[in-house]
Design a protein around this ligand. Sequence first.
Ligand SMILES: CC(C)(COP(=O)(O)OP(=O)(O)OC[C@H]1O[C@@H](n2cnc3c(N)ncnc32)[C@H](O)[C@@H]1OP(=O)(O)O)[C@@H](O)C(=O)NCCC(=O)NCCS
Length: 169
Amino acid sequence: MFRWNECSNTMMPDVVIEPMRADDLGSVQALLRAASLPVDGLDDHVSTALVARRGANLVGSVALEVYEDGALLRSLAVAKRERGFGWGMALAEAIIDLARRRGVRKVYLLTETAATFFPKLGFRAVTRAEVPSGVRRSVEFTTVCPGSAAVQVLELSTAKKNPGGYRGS
Ligand SMILES: CC(C)(COP(=O)(O)OP(=O)(O)OC[C@H]1O[C@@H](n2cnc3c(N)ncnc32)[C@H](O)[C@@H]1OP(=O)(O)O)[C@@H](O)C(=O)NCCC(=O)NCCS
């Protein structure tokens, strides 16, 4: 797959979204730290995390923590130089697609920096009290995200289907 590079008028290899590998963990944690996002607990969810990469370069990341009563979307980040090209939306759509294929009915998230980004995908604000207990036991809810962070939920039956090309497991 190739994407037109308007700056140089050349074709450049496009970004691929694919499952995160164990050896991506260090570079994903560096990306998250650069974006001021927490890294705690991510190592427990590598099997439900995705990365966007162009060749050997990491463009972005996103992860899903799956609990018995819902899932938590976390660690959505795009490298600063790559922002504004749609990779954040593509990663979010891909992880929602993964959640749907895992049978998740409701995806929750906490955000301090992108509260107006997620409603474009169908997320809506909820109170912490509305979050089921399993999801609330996650590290993000219990320790790393301040009480001021916005809480949002996406009910997958009403979510926009992933129109993109990601078809990973
Ligand atoms: C949020 C983030 C992942 C978006 O990545 P991106 O690749 O720049 O986003 P896209 O290019 O797909 O943008 C899609 C739309 O969201 C908007 N958007 C981008 N970042 C946004 C933000 N932080 N808040 C609200 N809207 C945002 C864009 O303007 C664009 O809007 P449009 O469709 O009306 O033009 C990226 O800015 C980032 O890594 N931020 C730091 C980490 C962070 O805040 N993560 C989310 C916390 S859970």
